[in-house]
Structure formats: C-alpha cells, structure tokens
Design a protein around this ligand. Sequence first.
Ligand code: CU
Length: 303
Amino acid sequence: MFSNVSNFSNDVDYALAMIIGISLFFLVGLTLIMIYFMWRYDHKRNPKATDIEGHIGLEVLWTVVPTILVVMMFYWGYNGYLKMRTAPDDAIQIKATGQMWSWSFEYPNGRVTDTLVVPLDKAVKLDLFSKDVIHSLYIPAFRIKEDMVPGRDNWMWFIAQQEGTYNILCAEYCGDRHSYMISHVDVLPVEDYEKWYNAKEKKSDYPGLALLKSNACMSCHSVDGTRLVGPSFLGIWGRKEIIVLENGVEKEIAVEKEYLMRSLNEPNVEVVKTYSKGMMQSYKDVFTEEEKEQIIDYLKSLK
Ligand SMILES: [Cu+2]
C-alpha cells in the first residue's frame, strides 16, 4: 500500500497516513456530533434547559483514548526516527557537500560527481557538509531530509530498494538560486554500480572546466550567454565591459587575463556594471596559481 522506494519510505508513509486518518476521523466525527446536538437540543425540541452533571465514565474515556492515540503517534514517529539515526557500520560512505547553488558527492575512491549514484539494496551513508550557508538535502522519494549546517557535521543514511532515478532538492532557502539546487540519485543494480564506480573518468581537455564545476561556479555564470547572478562565461575573453571602480567611477575594459585574475582574487572590487557587489567570495586561496591559469584557459575557449 505504501511506497517502498527506500527502507524508510514505508514507515514514513504509514505514520503520515495514520495521523491523517485519526485526525480526519475526529474532524468528521466531532463535526457530526456538534451538528446533531444543535438540532436535537434547539429551542423547539428542548424548550427547557437542564443542567447536566459530570460523568466519570465519559471523563475517563475521553482522557484515556486520546492519550493512547497520542502515544501511538509518538511511537510511530520515534520508531522511524530511531531507524534513521542508526546507520549500519558497513554502509558505503559518501561525502555530500552543498554550496550556493549545487551539490557534489565524493566517493571513497576520490570520484566526485554532481549527481548521486548508489547501488540497489545496499546501505549508503551520506556525510553532510555545507561550504557556505544552511542547505537541506532532501530526497522526497526516499522520505529523507537532513540539514547541512556549516561548521557542524551531520549525516543521513538509507537503503535504496527500487531501481530508478529520483529527485534531490534543497529544502532550506539558501539564496537567489535556491530553487535551481536540483540533482538526482540513480539507483543501479549492484553490478552496474560497481562498473560505474570503477570506470575511469574521461579526462577533460580543460582541467579548468572541472574546477569550475566542482566549485559551483556555473550556478552563477552560464556558459550559454544566459544572464544569471554574474556575467555569462560565453564569449567572455576579450569582451568589452563597463566596470564600476571602488570610487564609483565607471570604466570600459576588455576582459583579459588581468581582469579575470583580479575577479578571482578580489571579486567585489571591480564589478561589471548592472551586477551586484558581494555576490562572490574570493577564490584567492581556494585555487592555486596554476589552477587559476587553467580556469582562464578554459574561459578563453568559450567563444
Ligand atoms: Cu541550498
């Protein structure tokens, strides 16, 4: 009757259905009784008001029954919660990182991806990290959601029980492009997963591209000319831009190595006109000088 996509989905669906069921029963039941009383004891049928003394039996009944129901609701919730917070020791450990505005997943062999790939029927533990603000990794089909809080380690685990592709969303508002923090999890049969896991990743012609991807640069800079939070990378090399200097003076420049380097190191000093200051962090110490060169090489190629 309930979803069986992950080892938690059944429990969560059951708890939700029971709580909604109990709530609906009382909503409908109490409403009907109220309507009946309004009819039965109105002025015509019951002209003389009478005082009704307390009734021990009823008092006990409507104290005991709701107490039992509430304890049952607590039990369903607590039971599911306990399972979610008890990961098996042999779970595959994957490091999941959220940043404005993308996800990355790092596997034990060092492989890094922007979508999650997991084997069927195997326990997977995600160690959760945030590079900037609070994000929340949410896989609706698995019925799991957990916050990623910068500076505070967190984790979640699951067993995927059905092959397929399921959405990954961010469930904590984290800025302008929060709604674009979409990825997915592919659940593969074990053999296919092993094959995927052990496959050599093709080396890109541009190591700079991998650097941009793993640092979520493309969340704010498109490569197809679309205007996002920052200027598009398409055709950036040699492009004439009006930049606004710190003293507010505007100046036309051609984007070349010097400006790109400065934008990586001190991105908020000379911002291209019409774009907001303070949207980008400094990558001065994030990338080595060699990596910055590689990034610029890749940007040059985007004509
Ligand atoms: Cu987010």
